[in-house]
Design a protein around this ligand. Structure first.
Ligand code: PLP
Length: 456
């Protein structure tokens, strides 16, 4: 008999979590204004709000923490991390930041100005926020297939090269193209090596640059290995190195594929960018050799970047996401296919066809799942899409998702069974769910974090 697959690690430390009653959850969610970000962690049984900063560190990472060098200038931890980044991505220059959005803030301060256009696949919310904050425009050039949740296309994170070229030749100023790996907004979907290469060729043709928004770069490399011709025998680190040969720089939220609880960085090959960014980094984050990170955290990140590019780790990781996804498919629940890297994206419009789009369909589903099972997911839909900066109308995205993001090395498949059963119960009562939520109060930008809602 063939031996079954099992995780490539065992558990050394555990943290208790508590089940609550539906009655308690009803009270808590009302007090939280139907915004899951406002819940306290004790009010959540299984937390799939995000895979950001929620992963479990390894014993080697904890050991590296003890050896952190907290010198203000010239910390050995900075040089440890610099060496790992150089080897993995091939960039000679790097600056640490306190998280990914800080890297965006610093790098965009040097690259993007009012009136610019920044195309790419679907931009991440903070990325788009930082572009729009500078009165520049983010243009989504993702392939149309990405918006058909039934399509099994293996690289739904790809850019449509015709759409991209239309932007590039339209006469607007494009300081940089941003490719998000994997593409969170379209469902944790990977970008193929072929697409990365062609984007770089187009950038060169139109004399502009390419940056990778790299939060889940290792998961992207895993999918290239599994799904793209010619890569099945290559090591993950080799694939990563080739991916980044098609970029001029990167921003990174280390809270995802760095497997640390906090941290970020930017890296680049261009010395001029580095020098300009250094000034902003010192102003916003901290001195060159720590920029917003403790020495111990830089050490843990250096170890995490090596662990995340290990094939056995990635197999464990992606298998767990698939395990949940396949259960949901078995129950007939509509999800984005193929199953992505870090999360399951439930197609909320198909799940709740009777809730009007003006009443935040995916948010409604997220709330009902929480009430049913104490599971916290997150809306990737109209709340997240925010209002048009000019007209201030709601932007209704093509897809309304409930995202169930799975933290790295944190939960077991028994937890995944609870999530699947909870969602199945909700699915069985979907016909009776006809009303959603309305907004009571919202912020002018990135409203989803703090919005207050009430039952429609
Ligand atoms: C998380 C994330 C960011 C922002 O990083 P933070 O560490 O949360 O500030 C940017 N881009 C992508 C793709 C991300 O997943």
């Amino acid at each position: 008999m063939e031996l079954p697959f099992a995780e490539s690690y065992k558990i050394k430390t555990v943290e208790p979590i508590f089940r609550s009653t539906r009655k308690q959850r009803e009270k808590w969610i009302e007090a939280a204004h139907y915004n899951l970000f406002n819940l306290r962690s004790e009010q959540v049984f299984i937390d799939l709000l995000t895979d950001s900063g929620t992963g479990a560190m390894s014993d080697n990472q904890w050991a590296a923490i003890m050896k952190g060098d907290e010198s203000y200038a010239g910390s050995s931890s900075y040089y440890n991390l610099k060496k790992v980044i150089q080897t993995l991505f091939g960039f000679n220059y790097f600056l640490p930041t306190h998280q990914g959005r800080a890297a965006e803030n610093v790098l965009f301060s040097t690259l993007i100005k009012e009136g610019d256009v920044v195309p790419g696949n679907s931009h991440f919310d903070t990325t788009k926020g930082h572009i729009e904050f500078r009165k520049a425009k983010a243009v989504d050039c993702t392939i149309d297939k990405a918006f058909d949740t039934e399509s099994d296309y293996p690289f739904k994170g790809n850019v449509d090269l015709n759409k991209l070229e239309d932007v590039l030749k339209s006469g607007v100023n494009v300081p940089v193209i941003i490719m998000t790996l994997t593409c969170n907004t379209s469902g944790g979907q990977p970008v193929s090596m072929g697409n990365l290469k062609q984007v770089k060729e187009l950038a060169e043709k139109y004399k502009t640059y390419v940056i990778f928004d790299s939060a889940r770069f290792a998961e992207n490399a895993w999918f290239i290995k599994k799904r793209e011709k010619g890569y099945s025998k290559k090591a993950i680190k080799e694939i990563v190195r080739e991916m980044y040969s098609y970029a001029d720089g990167m921003t990174m939220s280390s809270k995802k594929d760095g497997i640390v609880n906090i941290g970020g960085f930017m890296a680049m090959s261009n010395k001029d960018w580095f020098e300009k960014a250094t000034t902003f980094n010192i102003m916003f984050e901290g001195f060159v050799t720590y920029g917003g990170m403790a020495g111990r955290d830089m050490n843990a990140l250096a170890v995490g970047l090596n662990e995340v590019t290990d094939k056995d780790y990635l197999e464990s990781r992606i298998s767990q996401v698939e395990y949940l996804g396949n259960k949901l498919i078995e129950y007939g629940i509509p999800i984005q296919k193929p199953i992505g890297g870090h999360a399951i994206f439930v197609d909320a419009k198909k799940f709740l066809p009777n809730v009007p789009k003006e009443e935040y369909i995916a948010q409604t589903l997220a709330i009902i799942l929480y009430l049913e099972a104490g599971v916290r997911g997150v809306e990737v839909g109209t709340l997240l899409a925010d209002r048009d900066p000019e007209t201030h109308d709601n932007r209704y995205p093509k897809l309304e998702f409930l995202r169930l993001a799975i933290p790295r090395r944190t939960y077991t498949n028994n937890h995944m069974d609870v999530v699947a059963a909870g969602l199945k119960n909700v699915y069985e009562m979907r016909d009776e769910i006809r009303t959603g939520l309305k907004i009571h109060k919202e912020a002018p930008i990135m409203r989803h974090f703090t919005v207050e809602l009430y039952k429609a």
